[in-house]
Design a protein around this ligand. Sequence first.
Ligand code: GLC
Length: 750
Amino acid sequence: MKAIKILSACLLLLPFVSCTQKANDKGDAVTEKKIETLLSKMTLEEKLGQMNQVSSYGNIEDMSGLIRKGEVGSVLNEVDPVRINALQRVAMEESRLGIPLLMARDVVHGFKTIFPIPLGQAASFDPQVVEDGARVAAIEASSVGIRWTFAPMIDVARDPRWGRIAEGCGEDTYLTSVMGAAMIKGFQGDSLSNPTSIAACPKHFVGYGAAEGGRDYNSTYIPERRLRNVYLPPFEAAAKAGAATFMTSFNDNDGIPSTGNKFILKDVLRGEWGFDGMVVTDWASASEMISHGFAADPKEAAMKAVNAGVDMEMVSYTFVKELPALIKEGKVKEATINEAVRSILRVKYRLGLFDNSYVGEKKAEILYAPAHLAAAKQAAIESAILLKNDNEVLPLQSSVKTVAVVGPMANAPYEQLGTWAFDGEKSQSVTPLNAIKDLVGDKVQVIYEPGLTYSRDKNKEGVVKAAASAARADVILAFVGEEAILSGEAHSLADLNLQGAQTELIRALAKTGKPVVMIVMAGRPLTIGEEAEFSSAVLYAFHPGTMGGPALADLLWGKSVPSGKTPVTFPKMVGQVPIYYAHNNTGRPATRNEVLLDDIAVEAGQTSLGCTSFYLDAGFDPLYPFGYGLSYTTFKYSNVKLSSASLKKEDILTVTFDLENTGKYEGTEVAQLYVQDKVGSVTRPVKELKRFARVTLKPGEKKNVSFELPISELAFWNIDRMKTVELGDFALWVAPDSQTGEEMFFKVTD
Ligand code: GLC
């Protein structure tokens, strides 16, 4: 039996600490000297110009005029290398000081080669596959001249009504921290000055994922303790990982818009975390403080943003227009402006833009390189979650001679790219229909009937036709879900059921009596309980990207085995939201034996049902818990051992366990370690993910796996507003998901 030691995922952050340390050694001193020399030559107008980001538009002469005047520090949304070089040449050769532009784009889950949406990538629980994806994105984006991406999006999100849950890494603070750091490593590479590196921009700082009601841009109310225990840690991990820039969020938290929030931008980000990069606003979020009612006019918006610690303004132009007067009036100090410009120049120097300003204009062989497509396929394979597999209908066996490929997402090359796939091209997407034909078309008859033409299609005529065709197949593969536009920014939903007539389609397919395999492509967890009941198997692929088709074909026919786990809780119905595993226990926790709606006696007595925290119509449990996912094989956890049952704050707890493949396929299990602080100075979550590891085992193989957990990582922000490990009893679980596993105990003592 092989023993493997899983180093703590937080080791992932170590290179960044050293990288950050490197940035503060002699190399940085040289950069700081260059910054001071350049700053001393700049006029106020040129300083304010650096703090101004414009979004590219058609008239390049017009933009060139602004750049020539030194009024622009960065351009976003320009992706034509010829135009990028032309704008850069104006900045470098026609402006007074020749300061290069920082070219930016939302390269969130791929540039041309589109990877699964980040929520899907998080389901892989594989930081390496996520880092590889970001690296590919950086290589492709930098090949056209983009050197700054507005990613990773690391907003912890616990409300699938929020369309932007698609862009993040789900509900868990630890998973989001690890995945965010991995993306930063991928985007920024080993050195920012490498021409294939692009500056990362963790966003949206902070708390945006807690928008009330899951309605985008809505207010949040996150008290400081929850901010520090749930929403800030991924951003702290990002700062430690050496992220070059940060972006402020649209939301006002407890009445203060992040773009004007000195506490998070100065006290926390710079004061506590030592961040020395650059802070950019979100799109017009400076001027939007007027709509918030936090600023009376553009002048007050500019003042509040720059005094709170914003360095660069995205597109709303209040800095260039309003700051000269504010400085004259003494409402903004020039020293503040100098600090902001230092941060901007620091990023530009670290990227090597002064020495390496232009991009080759013929790099077609880089885009969609075979290695990039292979990485995207691997990510899509690992992102898929097997939620149900009755009678082992999957993987499809050679006895299956005819399959029906049905549903609006079966051959939807644009939709499978998902949200924020600006530069991906549907012409390059390989759909499930085409991939299945390529993979098995020579030995399996493939019947294709979409049934519906798009996910919101309510026209049921096609449903009858699809069911009739599907009845001729041995197995029905039903591809359903959401069009790409139904998730992402400003795309919140109040109803999480499948759109259009998709439910009717699944029901009609089930009526044929043939096994239905439902494959869901979506930007969020959907309430698919009814459709899952009608299906023999359910594979959740989120939006799998350019290579989604080949990945799903391989999974369906067993060339690959599903290993994904849910990065977010799947509710039974939207009324359960917010619903997440790391909840508090409350004084009356659900027993899960509650009497539910249909079983309540008529004229039941007021207190006859017991008084616990649950829903009469939905119970307590979700449809699928966080961390859940099946395989084609089975795994057995045993022999869980703790290095000690009593530890001190400075100790490291080692947890070992045996993991055995008890099935007939080679597979990969994502083993998870959860910990509960049983009693705290404030109430603590019933459990929190602290480690995870992907373990690949052949049939019959058993490995001894170990997790190392420094007790210091059990620290939280307590009743005294101190981050500390409190003494006392703890529980832990080594488990396949957040709802099962054997409970073990240990103490932390003085
Ligand atoms: C958008 C988004 C942000 C994005 C920016 C630039 O409004 O909120 O995530 O990076 O504008 O496109």
